[in-house]
Design a protein around this ligand. Structure first.
Ligand code: CDP
Ligand code: CDP
Length: 197
């Protein structure tokens, strides 16, 4: 069965949390595509060469979840040649047999416009920064500034900017618990599966 769930949205909206839960519920594979860009940013040197030469082991190194790795990722993510080098891997993952969940910024718009389900997960910048701060600690105002800077870069770039696909279901989790957000996402997927018969 080929079935793709595309989850896009800004930093710390809950994409990964929802993606993992949806994948577990339906037995689908899950790919956090942000890790690809984080790994390219962490490699240093020429980002295009880093993207072309990326191997699965690069996604397992420590430190990729840090704020600094997120900033480095969004800087290399504006480079069209970096994005192009990562497309084929993501498309194969999305359309291989067995069902797949991918979360990122451009899954429903660029990587898999034919996805059976598209979710755009968002929340206010303040709520998202607070969530990230609970994970990484430090100065909360610095985390908020970092989130805002990354949002602006991701939404403002020319190639594959962050935006909701026209046919995406928008899920604002600002005032939702993780459980409620996951339940809503699962309901959307179930409805799409029933619609296919
Ligand atoms: O993948 P993304 O950066 O969009 O977010 P995440 O890493 O899945 O989630 C960020 C944090 O927000 C996690 O610690 C979640 O437990 C928390 N959270 C959430 O994802 N959804 C809510 N409705 C409430 C909190
Ligand atoms: O977890 P969080 O939402 O904070 O970030 P992430 O999903 O790990 O993505 C890190 C950065 O990679 C983003 O700020 C984007 O600049 C870039 N990215 C992208 O351009 N396209 C994707 N499909 C995924 C991530």
């Amino acid at each position: 069965m080929i079935f793709t769930v595309a989850i896009d949205g800004p930093a710390a909206a809950g994409k990964g949390t929802i993606g993992r839960a949806v994948a577990a519920r339906f037995g689908f594979r899950h790919l956090d595509t942000g890790l690809l860009y984080r790994a390219v940013g962490a490699k240093g040197g020429d980002p295009v060469a880093a993207a072309v030469g990326l191997v699965p082991g690069d996604l397992e190194q420590d430190g990729l979840r840090s704020l600094a790795a997120g900033q480095a990722a969004s800087k290399v993510a504006v480079i069209p040649e970096v994005r192009a080098a990562l497309v084929a891997f993501q498309r194969r993952f999305a359309r291989a047999d067995g069902g797949a969940v991918l979360d990122g910024r451009d899954i429903g718009t660029v990587i898999c416009p034919e996805a059976e389900v598209k979710l755009y997960v968002t929340a206010s910048a303040e709520v998202r920064a607070h969530r990230r701060w609970l994970e990484v600690g430090g100065d909360q105002s610095v985390v908020l500034a970092e989130v805002r800077e990354r949002d602006a870069r991701d939404m403002g770039r020319t190639d594959a900017p962050l935006r909701a696909a026209a046919d995406a279901v928008v899920l604002d989790t600002s005032e939702m618990t993780v459980e409620a957000a996951v339940a809503r996402a699962i309901a959307v997927v179930e409805q799409a599966m029933e619609g296919r018969g």
